[in-house]
Design a protein around this ligand. Structure first.
Ligand SMILES: *[C@@H]1O[C@H](CO)[C@@H](O)[C@H](O)[C@H]1NC(C)=O
Ligand SMILES: *[C@@H]1O[C@H](CO)[C@@H](O)[C@H](O)[C@H]1NC(C)=O
Length: 188
């Protein structure tokens, strides 16, 4: 049995791992097919969040169109603040169109990259981001709510809904889902 494992099963395992490695996702390339999301894509590269996203599985990226991005970039934030804000738009779970419309109990809290990589509180961390964007992201979770009429709302854990699901952009089931939402998760 031991011989079988070493001579047959182990090599097979390595082959499978190698195959998985070569099929790693690249969010920059996936978004490159969508010119209306080019500014969002640009800032994922500028903030180095693209590398972080490419390392994560499963992951859901909540992208916004160029108009919504320019509303954000016109605020004059530093690149590190932009990184913190955009990291709230990277959910560490797989949410395809189907799952968004079938949330158990009608809503869910999704962990984000902000929690995983956010700066220490007091610098450009959670407290300051909350002040800046006017939405409480105390714990860094995003609240997804399945609304009536097939709409899905996005907001902070306790700050209400500030953005809505628009459509699915790219989906590699259970690896990476890129969806479009109507606006950045900021309050008006
Ligand atoms: C992803 O694609 C971009 C654009 O082609 C490239 O610059 C980058 O090196 C790629 N990243 C990885 C991890 O392959
Ligand atoms: C998500 O937000 C909605 C609307 O504000 C709220 O009714 C719901 O209880 C929240 N869900 C969770 C899991 O916190």
């Amino acid at each position: 049995m031991r011989e079988v494992i070493i001579s047959y099963i182990l090599p097979l395992l390595f082959l499978l791992l190698a195959a998985a490695e070569t099929h790693a996702h690249n969010v920059t390339l996936l978004l490159a097919n969508h010119p209306s999301l080019s500014s969002f894509n640009h800032y994922l590269t500028q903030t180095h969040l693209a590398d972080e996203i490419n390392r994560r599985t499963p992951v859901t990226v909540c992208a916004v169109d160029n108009a919504a991005m320019s509303a954000l970039t016109s605020r004059g934030y530093t690149i590190s603040t932009l990184r913190n804000i955009l990291s709230l738009h990277v959910l560490l779970d797989y949410f395809g169109a189907e799952k968004l419309h079938q949330l158990r109990d009608g809503s869910a809290l999704a962990p984000t990259l902000f929690q995983a990589t956010g700066a220490a509180p007091g610098t450009t961390g959670i407290a300051n981001i909350t002040d800046l964007i006017g939405v409480k992201f105390g714990s860094g979770f995003v609240n997804l709510t399945d609304l009536t009429g097939g709409k899905v709302g996005f907001g902070s854990e306790d700050g209400g809904i500030v953005s809505f699901y628009v459509k699915s952009i790219e989906a590699v089931p259970y690896t990476i889902s890129i969806i479009q939402i109507s606006s950045i998760l900021l309050s008006e």
